[in-house]
Ligand binder design. Sequence first.
Ligand SMILES: Nc1nc2c(ncn2[C@@H]2O[C@H](COP(=O)(O)OP(=O)(O)OP(=O)(O)O)[C@@H](O)[C@H]2O)c(=O)[nH]1
Ligand SMILES: [Mg+2]
Length: 349
Amino acid sequence: MKIGIIGLPGSGKTTIFNALTGGVAEVSAYQKGKKDPNLAVVKVPDSRLDRLSAMYNPKKTTHAQVQYVDIGGTVSAGEGMESSMHELLRLLHPVDALVHVVRNFDRPGEPPRAEEDLDALESELILSDLIILEKRVERLEKEIVKARKGDPKELELLKKAGEILEGGEALRGYPEIAQSQMLRGYAFLSAKPCIVVLNTGDEVELGTTGLQLPNATVLVELKGRLEMELAQLSPEEAELFREDLGLEEPATFRLIKESYQLLGLISLFTVGKDEVRAWPIRQNTPAQKAAGTIHSDMEKGFIRAEVVSYDDLMACGSHSAAQKAGKVRLEGKNYLVQDGDIVDIRFNV
Ligand SMILES: Nc1nc2c(ncn2[C@@H]2O[C@H](COP(=O)(O)OP(=O)(O)OP(=O)(O)O)[C@@H](O)[C@H]2O)c(=O)[nH]1
Ligand SMILES: [Mg+2]
């Protein structure tokens, strides 16, 4: 599961990336001509996992993970746009969702223009999709008429998508199109789920910038530079600063949690003396398939899943107490795993 960080040049993508990862990737790289994306795997914070870990005291605690790619110097309109768009497409093709960073801090001589910046890049995503789409429609129409190959259904969907894009809207708000298997291969950028990150300067109060969000996006506002600096301190130091600033948890936690949700992921837990672990699975995954996330043998030889919900386990205080209270269930292969289920797979190979 990979998330691409995009935004106009200098909007703070690498700063946010560093805040997410506690890393020290070089900021302002675009001006220096660096093009290689920064890549990092980030743990998904989960207080439930922490409490389970305290209950079982395992040798190892393993969080679910999300990957972030920071793509340096994303397109700006005008000269060279076509080639930078091409490069952008190549880099963004494999990502599952987008984090769109918008500058909301002063730059010498350039006060923030969050709304305009947001619209500018959103329009470029739409335009880029439209270019791909029009070429494809043209070819498909010819194929269908001349050679009687090519799928008319695909053409119909593409035309529908074209109308939406021409109306200036992203495809992500239209599940029929954004989630269509038939159109998957095109990897339309505006069809990818998207979080808008408003990167607010230290001197501006959070929540005071009005912003009209594009269709079907989620907003997370944070102070990127401050968060980056905090992420680079030791946990003890960071905690002290946070207390001083009246911050409860890193703002990036919300961003990571939102991205996890945006990807349609929920967590199931496995617990034991060796390891307590959160596993990312897609919403509405049946138990047998979910078992395959843990180990392919568990899917193949699946018999039953022993399940207790996180809330029931915590309310009862221990697994055996939950069992006595009748809260531990045996579920079959078609049971849809719920977020926070603690699962023990019985299998036989
Ligand atoms: N005041 C302030 N400055 C910031 C903030 N975030 C980033 N900056 C500054 O803005 C400049 C650009 O930040 P980067 O994180 O490199 O931005 P970027 O989007 O990765 O830039 P490119 O990769 O060059 O497109 C740097 O000088 C940062 O220190 C912020 O929250 N507040
Ligand atoms: Mg950068």
